[in-house]
Design a protein around this ligand. Structure first.
Ligand SMILES: C[S@@+](CC[C@H](N)C(=O)[O-])C[C@H]1O[C@@H](n2cnc3c(N)ncnc32)[C@H](O)[C@@H]1O
Length: 261
């Protein structure tokens, strides 16, 4: 499937300008999945921290992070997203929204931020080469001992979930044209060059309930993201970390090595 960078950007520009989409739905339809990720990230975005939010979209998550962080610089390459973020959350005093492309070196002092977060941004970069470049740009601006909170999708987790769905008589999840899930066989060795992998959190229980049990219960109707069972799935997945083999998404807490560039 062709995933050109231009088409991906057009998609995000279009979503930013679509007023039928509000709040979380501008960048993420599955509110429960997103809240699981946000709760996880907040463990590291703690008071006093200088934070970089990479691919902030309309700033929905940024605004929640800002309740705990000292200062947040939130960047996105979509001018329309940043315009919307400024309109919706620009009054929050400790957030600055700025247009920046993570594929270009960031114009910030190196080793500047305590924490950088990328919540479902790197899957939009079309190729592993681009994803590696973005990770290097991010690593450069984090202080030694600081953290990169990486919340992205994995090819293996999606495949595990699809195989389980097929065994249960459900179709494979539709491929999202502009998503390039990360391959864990190359991802972790690459990350280890810059970071110590402190913790990896997966959300398999959520995927199991929301993407297997829920569709089986309501078939032949389509499952609704806002159905109560997805709230329950989120509560269970928030309380227990398991079923990693069917988890499409992960949060990795990565500590910058002192020797990193
Ligand atoms: C799935 S949305 C995630 C937004 C938000 N972080 C969230 O959690 O919902 C991906 C965001 O990454 C941005 N993005 C994609 N490629 C980018 C790039 N090269 N540089 C900066 N931002 C990018 C898109 O414009 C979009 O707002």
């Amino acid at each position: 499937m062709s995933r050109s960078i231009e088409r991906i950007k057009e998609t995000w520009d279009g979503r930013a300008k679509d007023d039928r989409l509000q709040g979380t739905y501008v960048t993420m339809a599955d509110r429960n999945q997103r809240m699981l990720e946000i709760d996880e990230a907040l463990r590291y975005i703690t008071p006093g921290k200088l934070v970089l939010d990479v691919g902030c979209g309309n700033g929905y998550s940024t605004a929640i992070f800002a309740k705990q962080a000292e200062v947040i610089l939130a960047i996105d390459y979509s001018e329309a997203m940043i315009e919307r973020a400024k309109r919706e959350y620009g009054a929050i005093p400790n957030i600055t929204f700025e247009v920046q492309d993570i594929l270009k070196p960031l114009p910030y002092v190196e080793k500047h931020f305590d924490v950088a977060i990328a919540q479902r941004c790197l899957i939009n970069l079309a190729t592993w080469e681009n994803q590696q470049r973005a990770i290097e740009h991010i690593a450069r601006v984090i202080k030694p001992g600081g953290y990169f909170v990486m919340q992205e999708g994995t090819r293996q987790g999606r495949e595990g979930l699809n195989q389980l769905r097929e065994k249960m008589g459900l179709p494979r999840m539709p491929e999202v044209e502009f998503n390039s899930d990360l391959d864990e066989t190359t991802l972790w060795p690459f990350l280890e060059r810059h970071f110590e992998i402190v913790e990896v959190r997966r959300y398999g229980l959520y995927d199991l309930i929301a993407r297997v049990v829920h569709p089986l219960l309501v078939a032949p109707a389509q499952p609704d993201y806002e159905a109560k069972i997805n709230d329950v799935a989120r509560r269970i997945a928030g309380a227990a970390d398991d079923a990693g083999e069917v988890s499409r998404w992960f949060t990795a807490f990565l500590r910058v090595r002192p020797s990193s560039a």
